[in-house]
Write a protein that binds this ligand. Structure first.
Ligand SMILES: Nc1ncnc2c1ncn2[C@@H]1O[C@H](COP(=O)(O)OP(=O)(O)O)[C@@H](O)[C@H]1O
Ligand SMILES: [Mg+2]
Length: 167
């Protein structure tokens, strides 16, 4: 696993299916890299808890009509951090080419370097790990995302690209 080139980048996108190990991997290899972590799931959960007077988030509360706001907040956070010269790690599912485009656009607009690390953990293992978690995503969501997943391609626009098949 050649991670050295990623430590130089302004933006590192860690993507993969739910429970593929993104947050675990990110903390293990990038916590000490002096970069800020941004996680869409935590923005979603924190917005819910704020709106609902502290009520705890459950995955079944997921509402697609809130996603525009979640993405907007995520974008503003990324722009803010990059404007102030910080390096960031984006910990988000982003398994399709189209879902990675917004991160490429932000980085390119701001003339920042960006790399992608795709945790291509087998679907079966993701489902097992998902079911061991307190807040688990419905299995069907993971299966649908798996069917729609596209490994990062050389022509997508990332400065560095790494696919990890067993994490
Ligand atoms: N390499 C690993 N070894 C052991 N446990 C792992 C590993 N990767 C992930 N896990 C565990 O699997 C679960 C899902 O991982 P997580 O990082 O939360 O996934 P994601 O952020 O992709 O949804 C967590 O309980 C985590 O501790
Ligand atoms: Mg996570």
């Amino acid at each position: 696993m050649k991670l050295e080139p990623f430590y130089q980048l302004d933006v590192v996108l860690v993507c993969g299916l739910p429970a593929s190990g993104k947050s675990h991997f990110s903390e293990r290899f990038f916590h000490r890299d002096n970069r800020k972590r941004v996680n869409r799931k935590e923005i979603r959960r924190n917005l819910h808890q704020m709106f609902e007077f502290g009520e705890q988030w459950k995955e079944e509360y997921f509402d697609n009509s809130d996603e525009g706001l979640v993405k907007h907040v995520e974008r503003r956070i990324l722009e803010h951090l990059l404007h102030s010269g910080k390096r960031v790690l984006v910990d988000n599912t982003s398994v399709s080419v189209s879902s990675r485009k917004s991160y490429l656009a932000i980085a390119h607009q701001m003339q920042k370097s960006i790399g992608v690390i795709f945790l291509n953990t087998p679907l079966k293992r993701c489902i097992e790990r998902n079911n061991e978690r307190a807040l688990h995503v419905p299995d069907v969501i993971i299966a649908n995302l798996s069917a729609a997943a596209e490994l990062p391609r050389a022509d997508e626009g990332f400065d560095e690209r790494l696919i990890i098949n067993e994490y």
